[in-house]
Write a protein that binds this ligand. Structure first.
Ligand code: PLP
Length: 400
């Protein structure tokens, strides 16, 4: 029998704070009530604050992040349009596949899994595109499969330096509300996220922010869409209503989650993610293991993808943690299966949770046959969190 707390250290869905869970425990409500708009209009404006946009429109679709991808593509592009994408992990791969299913002419750049968006190569292709055939550039801001964060601002600079007019699509599903994201400053046209990662809610909402430029483009784009049609949303959202039944308990949960985010402060939330992620990485390095992310400039502050030693199957580590320690870590996706496990450290997360995660990884690794020193990763993270560099200050004081 499993007892005690079930630990969820996957990069989404993330842990839902109690106050968010309580806020969702409500009776069903009238989504056409005269005062219903007070809830939704507040959500739209606060999601804009999270995305750091004053001019964009925010849509909330019942669905997950993948639904928001579909809404973004179908509303702004035309069948056969050329788009520029890079593939360096499972999520960027799925995005390419969706674009292909919709009949886009996808120019894909394959990059090592562990690297990020190839900005220089993007710039070269945009510069060579003198006829403006490329209609959109896609960036997976945080590749959740590999724990790699890419430089969206640099992609904007590449577009601008080529005077290129392509739309900039950003998948921010595992970055928005946890890693710095600036829609207006970076000139992002379509920013995608979901409710179950940085926003600390259950899955069920696909959230999309759209620039005025993309809104204008959507008026003339010819790709077929029905459920995700922006204009249906725009008409009813203006007063806070929806063209179909919204999942009202989730909206109540999102309200509580946004209140919590702003109570802590968006900058503080981002700084907390950076601090905790660095502690986790120090733990990984203390074990002598490698991150999938090839270079510190790519390190993700929301998820760490860790390679097991050659002779240790990452699936054993995950199974031992789950069966024996009531703990879930993220698996290695696609080509990383068996070689990699992931620690999600985003959303409602703190230092104690990071230390618990590191401790359970250590036990699971040792049980799976890895030769690492128990406690080494935990101690390295503790040193980072306390700012005390000495391995054991108490013993040192005793010796003096
Ligand atoms: C989780 C995730 C998705 C998929 O989102 P769903 O909500 O599962 O549809 C897409 N992109 C990234 C980067 C993700 O982390």
């Amino acid at each position: 029998m499993k007892t005690g707390h079930t630990h969820l250290f996957i990069p989404g869905p993330t842990n839902v704070p109690d106050e968010v869970r309580r806020a969702m425990n409500v009776g069903q409500e009238d989504m056409r009530a005269p005062d219903f708009g007070e809830l939704t209009l507040g959500l739209f404006s606060d999601l804009k604050r999270v995305m750091r946009t004053t001019t964009g429109e925010v849509f909330i679709f019942p669905g997950s992040g993948t639904a928001a991808w579909e809404a973004a593509i179908t509303n702004t592009l035309n069948p056969g349009d050329k788009v520029l994408m890079a593939r360096f992990g499972q999520f960027s791969t799925l995005w390419v596949e969706m674009a292909e299913r919709f009949g886009l002419d996808v120019e894909v750049i394959d990059v090592a899994w562990g690297a990020g968006v190839p900005v220089a190569e993007f710039e070269r292709r945009l510069g060579a595109d003198t006829k403006d055939e490329i209609k959109a550039v896609f960036v997976t801001h945080n590749e959740t499969a590999t724990g790699v964060t890419s430089d969206v601002a640099a992609v904007r600079r590449a577009l601008d330096s080529c005077f290129h007019d392509a739309l900039l699509f950003v998948d921010g599903v595992s970055s928005i509300a946890s890693i710095d994201f600036r829609m207006d400053d970076w000139g992002v046209d379509l920013a995608v996220t979901g409710s179950q990662k940085g926003l600390m809610c259950p899955a069920g909402l696909g959230i999309l922010a759209v620039s005025q430029k993309a809104m204008e483009v959507s008026r003339h784009s010819t790709m077929r869409r029905a459920y995700f049609e922006f204009m249906d949303m725009v008409k009813l959202n203006a007063d806070g209503y929806f063209p179909y039944t919204p999942p009202t308990p989730l909206l109540r949960g999102l309200r509580a989650a946004l209140d919590r985010l702003f109570r802590e402060g968006l900058d503080e939330v981002i700084a907390r993610h950076a601090r905790i992620a660095e502690g986790v990485r120090r733990g990984v390095h203390a074990w002598g293991l490698d991150l999938v992310a090839e270079h510190p400039s790519f390190y993700s502050d929301t998820v760490s993808a860790i390679r097991t030693p050659e002779d240790v199957d990452a699936r054993d580590v995950l199974r031992i943690a789950y069966d024996e320690m009531n703990t879930s870590f993220g698996s290695g996706l696609a080509r990383l299966s068996g070689k990699v496990f992931r620690i999600g450290h985003l959303g409602d997360f703190n230092e104690g949770m990071a230390l618990t995660a590191l401790s359970i990884v250590e036990m699971s690794l040792v049980r799976a046959g890895a030769r690492i020193q128990l406690g080494a990763g935990v101690a390295a993270a503790q040193r980072h969190f306390t700012g005390v560099a000495t391995a054991n200050p108490v013993l040192r004081v005793a010796a003096e």
